[in-house]
Structures are given as C-alpha cells and as structure tokens.
Design a protein around this ligand. Sequence first.
Ligand SMILES: Cc1cc2nc3c(=O)[nH]c(=O)nc-3n(C[C@H](O)[C@H](O)[C@H](O)COP(=O)(O)OP(=O)(O)OC[C@H]3O[C@@H](n4cnc5c(N)ncnc54)[C@H](O)[C@@H]3O)c2cc1C
Length: 443
Amino acid sequence: MTDVTTSTPPGAVLRDRAAPAPPPPPGTRRPTVVIVGAGFGGLRAARALRKAPVDVVLVDRHNYHLFQPLLYQVATAGLEPEQIARPVRAILRRQSNTEFRMTEVTGLDSSGKRIVTADGSISYDYLILAVGGETNYFGLASVPRHGFGLKDIPEAIRIRNHVLHAFERAMLEADPERRRAELTFVVVGGGPTGVEMAGALSELIRLVLVKDYPRLNVKDVRVLLLEATDRLLAAMPARLRDAAAETLWRKHVEVRFGATVADYDGARVLLKSGEVIPACTLIWAAGAKAVSLTGRLGLPTAQQGRVPVDPTLQVPGHPGIYVIGDASYLEVAGAPLPMMAPVALQMAETAAENIQRRIAGEPPLAFRYRDPGSLATIGRNAAVAYIRGIGFTGFPAWVVWLVVHIIQLIGFRNKLFVLLNWAWDYFFYERAARLITELGIRD
Ligand SMILES: Cc1cc2nc3c(=O)[nH]c(=O)nc-3n(C[C@H](O)[C@H](O)[C@H](O)COP(=O)(O)OP(=O)(O)OC[C@H]3O[C@@H](n4cnc5c(N)ncnc54)[C@H](O)[C@@H]3O)c2cc1C
C-alpha cells in the first residue's frame, strides 16, 4: 500500500491549478487537512479553508459535486444530470492550496493518521469526514431488489427510463389489469423528497405524457404516495402539512396515511395491513442513514450509523477527526440534527474554523445550528414554506422555492440552464429529457 500524500507532495499531481501554493519556509511543513466527500459539507469545508495555512486534499469517489435536492427532477425528465452536478476540479480550479483525488475511501488508520483508499493511503494532520448518507430500506431486502432508491444520478436515470418505459409497455399490453399495474406508480415516504417526487411524477404524466400517448386512458394511471405515519412533511406545522396533502390530491396523487410497506416483488406492493396494490413501479423515499463506510472506520456509531461528535464536531477520543453533515450525529435540544444540506454546510464552516483555531492555539467553537426553515414544492405554482416561524403556501412559496434552488446551485452555467429549462417547461408544458436511454434488467 502506498502513502499517496508522502510519496506525492500535496499539489504535485495537479495540472489545472491557476497559481501554485507558495512553498512553506524551509524546514517547516504546512498541516495537511484531508476532507473525504465533495458533497455539501466537504466542498464547503474545502472552500472555507482556501486562505488557511494548510494543504487541503479533497477525496471523493465521484469527480463531481451533486445537488441532490433536484435529483427528483432528473428522475421525472425535467432536468439533465449535468445541470445539477459540476466537476469538483472545475469548482476548485482557482483554489491553490487544494488538490482533488478521485478514489473510494475504504478505511481509517486513526493511530497512523491515514485514510485508506482503493488506491493507497493518504496521511493527514486533520481529517474531515463528510461522507454523507444513503437510502435506508429498514431491512426490507425486496425493495432495493425490485424498487428504486433516489440518492444519486444513476438511480435517477434508472427511474426516468423505467417510468417512460412503463408507458411504452402499457401501450403494448392487451390485458387491462396488467396495463393498470404498469401505469401505477407508488412513491413511499411523505417527507420532502417523497412529496416532491409524487407531485412531479403526476405532473409529468398529466401535463406531458398524456400528449405523447393519446390512445392511453388516463383513468388507468395512478400515482400513490404512501406514508406510514399520519402526516406528511413532519417538520412543518399542521396547516402546511394539510395544505401539502390537499395540493397533492388536487394534482391527482392518492395520499395514503398509515400505509406501511411490508414487501414488494416488482408487480405487487404488500402493505402491513395485508392490502395488496398491483404496481410495477415503487420509488422509495422513506429514509436515510449514514453511508455504510462509517461502520468500517473503527469509530463509534449511533442511530442510522451516524458518528457521534462533540459540540466542536470532533469524534470524542479522536482529536483532529471531525465528522460533519449526514454522517455525523449531534443532538440539539434533545433531538438529533436532521440529515439536511444546511446542517452539512454550517457544520463545514465550524469544522474549518476549529481546525484553524487549533493551528493558532486558540480554543475551539461549539457548533450552533441556525435553522433556515424548510421548503417543499408540489409541482407548478404550488409549494409549502416555513421560514423563521412564518408559513405560507401556493404561488409565493413556489417562487421562494425556485429562487432558493437557483441560488444554491453551483456554477453560473447550471443556474442559467436550469432556469431556462424551467421557464420552457412552465410556458410550454414540456419535459425535454424524456428519453429512454437504457433498459434495466426488469425492463
Ligand atoms: C433526493 C434527495 C433530495 C434531498 N432534498 C433536500 C432538500 O430539499 N433540502 C435539504 O436541505 N436537503 C435535502 N437532501 C439532503 C441533502 O442532500 C443532504 O443532507 C446533504 O447532501 C448532506 O451533505 P453531506 O456533505 O453530509 O453529504 P453529501 O452531500 O451526500 O456528500 C457526500 C459525498 O461523499 C462521497 N463519498 C461517500 N462515501 C465515499 C467513499 N467511501 N469514498 C469517497 N467518497 C465518498 C459521495 O460521493 C458524496 O460526494 C436531499 C437528499 C436527497 C438524496
């Protein structure tokens, strides 16, 4: 196993940087901060360290940063993947103290201060783990086998291909029951992702696909949103939760509460109540947990495989190792912080600040979360927003949702293309990306 950092000095392998970092004075070495994960948390941490007296090595198994909140629009043919993702090297091109390595992290040697990757090990003085989360199927093995998760670009493309292919199959299906099953789409989980996915799917079908398939009877199409509890969007006040459910019904989504999935075989959804729903598509948006890597690092883990951190965001007993974002577990006022982008972004700022404070011999800061509020859109002209204790719905909330997402997208090109796409779809009732590019095993 090679030690990539010591055999290759930070920066030496980079060819695309604008200006090389100034060399440290003879006999001294700048501390190396290794950041694992170029998602919301990792990328923000790297940027927060751009002027710090450190060398940063950012590691990710992908060469791009992904804006996950818009993945459902890729899955419903509204956006192309490259409109919601950007190469990490392009983002950090001008950051002279940072280099990027595309490799999979597989382990941690905390006593040797090295992370282990598929391509050798990388030494660090400080480590920020921002490895994010993955879909939580709660042990239901049949769901990932026959259904779809929504966590990365390949999964979103698989959903898009499958949904569009379901319409093609329905066109060829002579048996009315099997045709109805082909045209029944079940979304599981009434959180923001499930609500947004169900709303967008219903609009794709009712506003666009009906024009492509004029011979199909739209009454055969069903979109169901199954939620195990008695509420959607649990973090929102009751008035907004009710408004979200009403809007979904208005957009032809059947919202079912107390509906817990027990099994799925690719053709029938079995509920815990015993009810069977014939459906050839099941999209699982019902849970998240930390990536399984967290269980292989020799660090403690808590609920959902998340790594407990102290208020300075370090792992107790492991000074210099910070865990941020979805992979971290920190309770505030008796409840764990949610697995959401603002938590990861704010933790990144604190972790970067605390590393600089340690280097300067100053005491660390305790992390304080400032909740920016929550938003969920339910198709055109409809959203619910809860910001600074004020709740609003409908068109104003939808405009806020649009503005917030455009601002947060990384890169001017992405912002421009997404905006143009949305405007086109809004005025012409279109979804340009409705191509079946690949057929899966079941298709
Ligand atoms: C479909 C969907 C919709 C969402 N919508 C919203 C929303 O509307 N609002 C909101 O606030 N939040 C939303 N979230 C949650 C939000 O995206 C996450 O909370 C946020 O991405 C967490 O940031 P992070 O930096 O912890 O992890 P991530 O952004 O997930 O980044 C983790 C990075 O680590 C890399 N990585 C993982 N394992 C390894 C490894 N072994 N080796 C190398 N690299 C590795 C990954 O490739 C990834 O780039 C949504 C999530 C999903 C999936």
